[in-house]
Design a protein around this ligand. Structure first.
Ligand code: HSE
Length: 310
């Protein structure tokens, strides 16, 4: 038995966003992965992986984010069939914009469709988060939640799991700059401290709270002031060459704020679409890397929806 092919798009996401380590995430319009699948008699088989960085992605389903997440959906739905899967990466692995998260969320969402959409959106997120746990060295859902649900998401609690979705302001533009360096999430998490000082916690609490308020009220300047991180990015800065200079360059070309995307190396800049040009910000960061002998890809994008059938 083989069924009809179903295809889904799973977007890149930016997580942490200053003070919200493992809590905040935003779905981006671009780039995105495409996951295709169809029902088979039994088992999960990945028959094709293409796109940037695909040579580093294992085909074995139990080591592959798409395969692990899809298997979890089949298990929860007590499915009596298997899957054939094809993956077209639009997001290079080790990028800091949720490459493994997009694959995991796309795999879970696709399997959810093929199982007759029996799961709640939160259950789909949890199936994807299981894959993140296996492949990235820690259970975190701040990429898979926005990837499945879209918009700006807040993980209120991991146990019990609860996620809140907020519509980001329409004028919030996003520039993604990806320098040509690989930063595996597992390694980027390994450099983090297990404890943070009380004064850092207070600082993060203030900024995290005010970022949520600013997202809800559409106050772009307050968003710019609220994306602050004294606990995580400073520990990771050495993993991304020229990070601070790139952030300063983006700021001097009109960004509201510029910061490390997720576990890196992507540098994310927010800007006001109604008054500034994202292309100028993107070009300034690209030129800085080029002057220093490094390639840097850029996307001028915006907040977007979650996984969707295409
Ligand atoms: N919150 C996670 C981290 C995201 O910063 O490690 C990984 O992309």
């Amino acid at each position: 038995m083989t069924g009809e092919w179903v295809k889904v798009a799973a977007p890149a996401t930016t997580s942490n966003i200053g003070a919200g380590f493992d809590v905040f995430g935003i779905a981006l319009k671009e780039p995105y992965d495409i996951i295709e699948g169809r029902k088979t008699d039994s088992g999960i088989k990945i028959t094709e992986v293409t796109g940037p960085g695909s040579d580093s992605i294992p085909l074995e389903p139990e080591r592959n984010s798409v395969g692990i997440a899809a298997a979890e959906v089949l298990r929860r739905c007590k499915a009596d069939f298997g899957l054939e899967l094809k993956i077209k990466k639009g997001i290079r692995p080790c990028s800091g914009i949720g490459s493994s998260g997009a694959s995991a969320a796309g795999g879970a969402y696709l399997a959810h469709i093929l199982c007759g959409e029996k799961l709640s959106p939160t259950e789909v997120v949890l199936c994807a988060a299981k894959a993140e746990d296996s492949t990235s060295g820690g259970f975190h859902a701040d990429n898979v939640a926005p990837c499945v649900l879209g918009g700006f998401t807040v993980i209120r609690s991991y146990e019990p799991f609860e996620v809140i979705t907020i519509e980001p302001p329409k004028d919030l533009g996003v520039v993604v700059a990806m320098p040509d360096v690989l930063v595996p999430t597992r390694e980027s998490r390994a450099v983090l401290p297990s404890e943070v000082p009380l004064k850092d916690m207070v600082y993060h609490l203030g900024n995290a709270s005010s970022l949520v308020y600013a997202m809800m009220t559409g106050d772009l300047k307050l968003i710019g002031r609220s994306v602050k991180d004294v606990a995580i990015e400073p520990r990771r800065a050495h993993l991304v060459p020229h990070l601070k200079d790139a952030e300063s360059e983006a700021m001097s070309h009109g960004a509201l704020v510029s910061f490390l995307g997720g576990s890196g190396p992507c540098i994310i800049s927010f800007y006001d679409k109604s008054s500034h040009n994202g292309d100028n910000i993107a070009a300034s960061v690209k030129d800085l890397y080029s002057d220093r002998g490094m390639k840097c890809d850029t996307w001028v994008t915006e907040c977007g929806s979650g996984c969707r059938r295409i």
